[in-house]
Structures are given as C-alpha cells and as structure tokens.
Design a protein around this ligand. Structure first.
Ligand SMILES: Nc1ncnc2c1ncn2[C@@H]1O[C@H](COP(=O)(O)OP(=O)(O)OP(=O)(O)O)[C@@H](O)[C@H]1O
Ligand SMILES: C[C@@](O)(CCOP(=O)(O)OP(=O)(O)O)CC(=O)O
Length: 396
C-alpha cells in the first residue's frame, strides 16, 4: 500500500483585539477585524499528521488517541475546499497522483488541555488544514490557506502565522477577502512574554459560537463596538505593535478585553465568561502597574475565566516576583531567576504599600495552573509523524 503523509505542528493564538460576532455563520465571516499574538509552540502546540492512500475507506480523525467525529459542517467545509484545490492541481498536471479522490486519515494531538478554554480549536484547525495543504502540495499562500482554516474555526485563521497577526474581516459576501495577514514576525518583537493563568479547565456553558451570535442579536453596546471602538483600536494596536510601544499595546489589549466582556454582559440573557478569580486578576494587574508607576503587564480574557498576561522580558523579574510570591515554584521559573533574586525582590515590595495584598489568597485559591510562554512561530512541517507508515493508522 502506497501511503502519502505530511505532519505539521501549529500554535495557539490569543486575541488582543477580539473577534466577537459573525456576519455570516456558514462561512464564519466576522463582524469586525481582530488581532492576536501567536504563542510559542515550545509550550502549547498541536501536532497533526495527515495521510492518504487509495485503500483508505473513509475520512477519519483521531484526536488525542481517540476517534473524533468529523461529520460536522465546519470540518467538511475545510476538507472540501482543500480537495478542490488539489483537484485543480491534478487537472493541470495529470502525472500527479489523484490524492483528491482518496480518503484521509488525520491523527492529531494537543500537548495542552483540549476544549478547556485554551484555544485548542484554533491550533487544531490550523494544524489540520496546514497538514493537508502540505500533503496536497498546495501552492496557495498562507493567507489563502487561512481562509480555509477560518471555516473550521474563525480564530484558527490567525494560527496560520507566527508573531503578531491580524484577521482582516473583509467585506465580500463570499469571504474571499476575509483572511489572516501577519503584522509582525515574532523576531520583530521577541521580547513579548505571556503567562497563562488557568483558572478553570471546565467546559464553558455558552460556546464562543453561540455566545457571539447572542451578542449580535441582543446587545445594544455591540453596534458601537463594531462600528466605532474596534476599527479605531485596530489601527492603534497595529501601530503599537509595529512601533513596539508596549504601553499602548497593553492599554488597548486590556480595554478590548473589557469591552468584549461588556458586550457579553450586555447580551440578553447576559453571558458571564469571567468569574471572581478573573476579576481578582484584573485588580491584581492594575495594582502591579500602579505599584511600579508604569504599565508592565496587560491581561486579556477570551470566552472563559482563564487569563493571559502579556509583558516584556525587561520587566520579567518585576512581574515574576508577584507570581512567585503567590504560586511559588512555577514550572520554568528557575530557568529565569534564582530564589535569591526573587526573595530579595519580595523583601523590597513587602515593605512597599502594595494595595492588592488581600487578593493574594483569592488568587492562590482560584488559579489552578500557571503556564509561562512567549510569542512564537507559525505552523511548522515536521518529520515527527503520528501515522504508521505501513498501515496508515495511528502509531501504537
Ligand atoms: N488537535 C485538534 N485537531 C482537530 N480538531 C481539534 C483539535 N483540538 C481541538 N479540536 C476541535 O476543537 C474543539 C474544541 O473547541 P472549543 O472551542 O470547544 O474549545 P477551545 O478552542 O479549546 O477553547 P476556547 O474556544 O474557549 O478557547 C474540539 O472538540 C475539536 O472539535
Ligand atoms: C473570544 C474569542 O476567543 C472568540 C473565538 O471564537 P472562535 O474562533 O472559537 O469561534 P468560531 O468561529 O465560532 O469557531 C476571541 C478571539 O479569539 O478573537
């Protein structure tokens, strides 16, 4: 049996200017443009292998070792678009094997919790679409391929690039101009760090897909957000990234997270994605910035209670002293600081008038896991395959 295969890793992206609202629910066309930071695949990534052979009987996905249904419109839309592009290739070069006519075996693994509010669908669909595009040797640009990932999950299109990424909403009815483009590569502003505070890995009550359309249908604030707030913030944030202006980037990121959650609260019935720990994290961050008299940390929350904090390498110790004080030896901290450095810093701020001490206990109770990461690259082809080259099934 001749089995063709390709494997790709893909990253998670966390929005700093939120996508919230669809103007077309079938094509996943958004009501506004958005911006995100791609996180390092050293810490959070999806690995997906795609294989095909004439003998395969049906399209099958295995996710984290278990069969996972792909009989849903979104995944089928992705497979159909990818096959169509391969068919166009084959019609131009009849010497090519007719991969477009054969069934696919897709094997995928996340190295972080799936469906737990950490954007696994973004990394997952980006990996699935990229792996099949590699398998089919598609010549299309990354932005063109991002249009297909968008149909799997809107935010997935942004995971097709590394660094700082915009999803340009587009205006065309068929969505051909709604795609991801890179604003800046991770190497253009490599000092950007991220700290994920996992508050809960319980599946949320209202999915992003359902929540955003409830907001579109019922929120009175939503119109103001998409017509005035986001277009202006998009340009300010893009400029802040290009100019590496963290203070502006941080302010816009925090204000957009607040604005997005305000429209959720303004939906009817209201949608509460953040919980009390999330709100404590917001107060804690503002207290830290106030303590230093400058903005060293920015928070953002997606459709869930987990926080992603953005900060610069030059301020790592300043922020980390607070994190270490609360959570002690977080995995990876000892690669950055010695206990002596952190203890010395703790002494310094113990004597200071830090206003958020009473939050410490709440945060220690509410935060289940701390993940340290940074800005990272886009999908990468890899020789690491999850498919058995002889059988076309998941490796045992
Ligand atoms: N590696 C993957 N390959 C293919 N599909 C995946 C992969 N990981 C996740 N998915 C799809 O994404 C779904 C989870 O998406 P969901 O939006 O519920 O959670 P999330 O994206 O992890 O969290 P959030 O959207 O709140 O950030 C899974 O049920 C699966 O359908
Ligand atoms: C709050 C968000 O994370 C919403 C993400 O929504 P999804 O991309 O998960 O929605 P679908 O297009 O319906 O799959 C903001 C963002 O990532 O921009």
């Amino acid at each position: 049996m001749t089995i063709y295969t390709a494997s790709v890793t893909a990253p998670v992206n966390i929005a700093t200017l939120k996508y919230w609202g669809k103007r077309d629910t079938k094509l996943n066309l958004p009501t506004n443009s958005s911006i995100s930071v791609t996180l390092s695949q050293d810490d959070l990534r999806t690995l997906t292998s795609a294989a095909t052979a004439p003998e395969f009987e049906r399209d099958t996905l295995w996710l984290n070792g278990e069969p996972h249904s792909i009989d849903n419109e979104r995944t089928q839309n992705c497979l159909r678009d990818l096959r169509q592009l391969r068919k166009e290739l084959e019609s131009k070069d009849t010497s090519l094997p007719t991969l477009s006519q054969w069934k696919l075996h897709i094997v995928s693994e996340n190295n972080f919790p799936t469906a737990a509010g950490l954007a696994s669908s973004a990394a997952g669909f980006a990996a699935l679409v990229s792996a099949i595009a590699k398998l089919y040797q598609l010549p299309q640009s990354t932005s063109e391929i991002s249009r297909i990932a968008r149909k799997g999950s809107g935010s997935a299109c942004r995971s097709l690039f590394g660094g700082y990424v915009a999803w340009e909403m587009g205006t065309a009815e068929d969505g051909h101009d709604s795609m991801a483009v890179q604003i800046a590569d991770s190497s253009d502003w490599p000092q950007m760090k991220a700290c994920v505070l996992v508050v809960s890995d319980i599946k949320k009550d209202v999915s992003s897909t359902q929540g955003m359309q409830l907001t579109v249908a019922t929120s009175e604030l939503f119109k103001e957000r998409i017509e005035h707030v986001v277009p202006k913030r998009f340009e300010v944030m893009r400029k802040a990234i290009v100019e590496k202006d963290f203070a502006s980037f941080a302010k816009e990121t925090m204000m957009d997270s607040n604005s997005f959650h305000a429209t959720c609260l303004d939906s009817f019935p209201p949608i509460f994605y953040m919980n009390d720990t999330s709100k404590h994290i917001i107060s804690w961050c503002h207290s830290i910035n106030q303590f230093y008299g400058e903005t060293i940390v920015a928070y953002t929350f997606d459709a869930g209670p987990n926080a992603v904090l953005y900060y610069l390498a030059e301020n790592e110790l300043k922020l980390f002293a607070f994190i270490y004080k609360l959570f002690g030896s977080v995995p990876g901290w000892d690669k950055k600081f010695t206990v002596g450095q952190l203890e010395a810093f703790n002494q310094q701020f113990e004597s200071a008038n830090f206003t958020a001490r009473e939050l410490d206990l709440e945060l220690q109770k509410g935060v289940a896991r701390v993940i340290l990461t940074q800005v990272g690259s886009g999908p990468q082809e890899t020789k690491e395959s999850l498919v058995d080259a002889k059988t076309g099934l998941p490796k045992k």
